[in-house]
Design a protein around this ligand. Structure first.
Ligand code: ADP
Length: 270
């Protein structure tokens, strides 16, 4: 981070929020419009947005067998291209709606800025992102298929990307907007006994015990569901960052979280 530039709040909107996961390439326009207005009203001083792929990313990635990287042949590369094109369509739609709501959003293609090695981010060009932030704009990145120095290419999840950005930009707050009220003791969609965990400390034994009990998402998701999410963001929380997991499908929740007010959800800290 440059001196004088306020570290941004990072808001990651899940694929379960901005799309309907069970219908191929179907955006949740109502949620996108409402969230755009909420962001415009909350007016955070510095904000960076990351969104997931949902039904724009995962079905293509699955159909072309993109998990595990390049196995040879041009068909897989067509799959990479199709996934990227679909993600760009979703990104354009989100950026367009943010601007219509009065948020100065600028889309940035993740695969043009980031590369991985065995799935881990090994290069990330912050300059274009910082350039947008310096002008008071809101960079909007997304989970994407990126080049990988070991595996040819890899799927970089929005969760991994937002965690890395939070660390590298020295953010203090990362908000994960999902379609449930936070992290539960089990999947709240299938387990009626599941209880909301209001506070998770990512260091220590209790966290390991908790993780052992958390299952992955059942819906089509090549990047792994809530368990993957919690494991990713723990890297930021363990270094002193604050992570809030909230329900972005409930009107007003993201706006309140951006204003720094207490909302129903899970707080992860060191
Ligand atoms: P997104 O694509 O929006 O980033 P995911 O679908 O990958 O989010 O993960 C969120 C989903 O994880 C929820 O819809 C929920 O059904 C599921 N899930 C599984 N286990 C849990 C848990 N312990 N707590 C909360 N949600 C869980």
């Amino acid at each position: 981070m440059r001196p004088g530039l306020k570290p941004p709040v990072i808001l990651k909107l899940g694929g379960s929020v901005v799309t309907f996961k069970d219908r191929v390439e179907t955006p949740n326009l109502q949620a996108i419009r409402r969230l755009s207005l909420e962001i415009a009203e909350a007016k955070p001083r510095s904000l960076l947005l990351v969104h997931g792929g949902g039904s724009f990313g995962h079905p293509h990635a699955q159909a072309y067998g993109l998990t595990g990287g390049f196995k040879g042949g041009s068909l897989q590369l067509s799959g990479v291209s199709r996934t990227r094109e679909a993600m760009l369509r979703l990104n354009s739609l989100i950026v367009e709606n943010l601007n219509l709501a009065g948020v100065p959003a600028l889309g940035l293609q993740t695969s043009a800025l980031a590369a991985t090695r065995s799935g881990r981010i090994s290069s990330l060009d912050l300059k274009p992102i910082l350039g947008v932030l310096r002008l008071g704009g809101v960079p909007v990145l997304f989970g994407d298929v990126v080049m990988d120095f070991e595996d040819g290419f890899s799927i970089l999840s929005g969760d991994r990307l937002s965690t890395e950005l939070a660390l590298r930009l020295r953010s203090r707050l990362l908000i994960l907007g999902v379609d449930v009220d936070g992290v539960f003791t089990g999947d709240p969609k299938t387990d009626s006994e599941a209880k909301l965990v209001e506070r998770l400390r990512v260091r220590g034994k209790a966290f390991k015990t908790f993780l052992a009990g958390v299952k992955s998402s059942k819906t089509v998701d090549v990047t792994g569901g809530m368990r993957h999410k919690v494991l990713e963001v723990a890297r930021f929380a363990s270094k002193g960052g604050r992570v809030l997991v909230v329900n972005a499908l409930k009107p007003g929740v993201v706006a309140e979280a951006l204003r720094g007010r207490k909302v129903r959800g899970t707080i992860l800290t060191a």
